[in-house]
Design a protein around this ligand. Structure first.
Ligand code: GRF
Length: 245
């Protein structure tokens, strides 16, 4: 006899577009899904977080369809080109003002079909007109436990404050500085740290794990605003493999 369908179960299957897609696993290798989410990555520098995305979710939960840089000659652009991904430079100086730059950038990303914009070391602020083109679909990785130490030099700020616990935050982007809703966070205790490079070395692996995981969760439709507190992002635990998160 058929049981009564469980509405929660049905909802999860629908939003995950099949179980296979959304078992956000430790290893993304060898995963192929029918309908990867087209994402764009914005960069300004070396692009190790871009590389982490290319090595994990690219070709499985997501497909990087565009990489835009605020800086000409950024190493990240080479990483994209090595994967045959279209790249473009949107330097502020090349446009009349930030709004014009943002509009051109949004147009280019839209033309490439991006449905999620990932800031991976992007050193520019994005205004409300840009964000409204990708509502609740712009995310950023930041090397501190927000709301502590937003903005530039987060690791230096934390060292100057004398904290013992450092960390990484992946969050939705709003028009403020690193002030959007938190998606994932991870902490690491470094009670004796004194040098930024030492902290950075400890945070890198966390960034490279959390950012792809957040992208995969987004692609699975596993991130929701809490109706009781829209600042809070609810992560659908059923989309995360046992032992993770
Ligand atoms: C990372 O530390 C990230 O947290 C910050 O900028 C840095 C980018 O590094 N937003 P990379 O270019 O991805 O190597």
């Amino acid at each position: 006899m058929l049981g009564v369908p469980d509405p929660l179960h049905l909802r999860l299957i629908e939003r995950h577009r099949g179980n296979e897609l959304c078992e956000v696993a430790h290893s993304y290798r060898d995963r192929r899904v029918a309908d990867p989410l087209p994402i764009a990555v914005l960069v300004s520098g070396t692009g190790t977080n871009l590389q982490a995305l290319l090595d994990t979710v690219h070709g499985s939960e997501a497909r990087v369809v565009a990489v835009a840089s605020s800086v000409d000659g950024a190493r990240a652009l080479e990483r994209a080109a090595e994967h045959g991904i279209p790249t473009e430079v949107f330097a502020r100086d090349s446009y009349g003002d930030r709004a014009a730059r943002d509009a051109a950038l949004a147009d280019w990303l839209s033309e490439r079909g991006a449905r999620l914009v990932v800031l991976a070391g992007y050193m520019e602020l994005l205004g409300e007109p840009f964000l409204s083109r990708f509502p609740r679909a712009v995310i950023n990785v930041h090397p501190s436990l927000l709301p502590a130490f937003p903005g530039l030099g987060a690791i230096e700020q934390a060292l100057a404050y004398g904290v013992k616990v450092f960390g990484v935050t992946v969050h939705f982007v709003d028009a403020g500085v690193d002030s959007g809703s938190v998606i994932l966070q991870r902490a690491v205790e470094l009670p004796d740290a004194r040098e930024p490079d030492e902290v950075l070395a400890a945070l890198r692996p966390l960034e490279h794990e959390l950012l792809p995981r957040a992208v995969a969760l987004f692609a699975c439709g596993a991130l929701d605003a809490d109706p009781e507190n829209p600042r809070r992002t609810i992560v659908d635990r059923q989309a995360i493999s046992a032992g993770e998160g």
